[in-house]
Design a protein around this ligand. Structure first.
Ligand code: SF4
Ligand code: SF4
Length: 185
């Protein structure tokens, strides 16, 4: 299908990629890797003199019509960018600092458990360990800053203007292409 045909309704096109990764049971080796990584991140945090200065910010969630466009795009795309999350989901001492400050009642063991319990039994192969069938299994407050602030090229260009105009998301190319209905503000 040609792009001219897809956007014949004059809506604003937002072009994003589309993942075709497959779901597989999460291997125990991946969980062990994550476990070790989190222990190291928490050890690094213990060395920090001022954890409050180290803590990564918690970016606010988009709101209004821009949130609808972002949600639609990421859902049609099926989390293409999450492939970079690997077994550590970008989690580091900066994220651990934020999480520990927000949950003073939790000790390190409880924080570890919090993350390990979120690993889905079935996750996308070659993607982030938290990338399950319904998307990311971590709340925003538990994610690394990059996960809360990153937008791919097409969605990022839209988010800069957040234009409140009829918008259509076009995800993927060729046979894999999917389009949203026209989203209206
Ligand atoms: S930011 Fe872009 S690549 Fe990442 S999930 Fe959303 S639409 Fe897909
Ligand atoms: S933690 Fe969530 S948002 Fe971040 S890479 Fe993994 S699945 Fe994607």
């Amino acid at each position: 299908m040609r792009r001219r045909d897809i956007v014949a309704d004059d809506s604003l096109p937002v072009m994003v990629p589309r993942s075709d990764m497959v779901l597989v049971p999460t291997p125990a080796s991946r969980v062990r890797w994550l476990h070790e990584h989190l222990i190291e991140a928490l050890q690094d945090l213990r060395k920090a003199k001022h954890p409050e200065r180290l803590a990564s910010p918690l970016q606010p969630e988009p709101s209004g019509f821009a949130a609808t466009v972002a949600r639609t795009a990421c859902s049609l795309c099926k989390g293409w960018c999450c492939r970079n999350g690997g077994n550590d989901a970008f989690l580091d001492d900066r994220t651990m600092a934020r999480v520990r400050i927000a949950r003073p009642d939790m000790d390190e063991r409880a924080v570890l458990r919090l993350y390990l319990d979120r690993v889905p039994a079935v996750a996308y192969r070659d993607s982030c360990i938290f990338h399950g069938k319904q998307g990311c299994t971590l709340d925003r407050s538990l994610r690394a800053d990059v996960c809360n602030s990153y937008y791919c090229g097409g969605l990022g260009a839209y988010m800069k203007t957040s234009a409140a105009v009829p918008t259509k998301v076009i995800a993927g190319e060729g046979d894999k292409m999917r389009t949203s209905p026209v989203l209206t503000p």
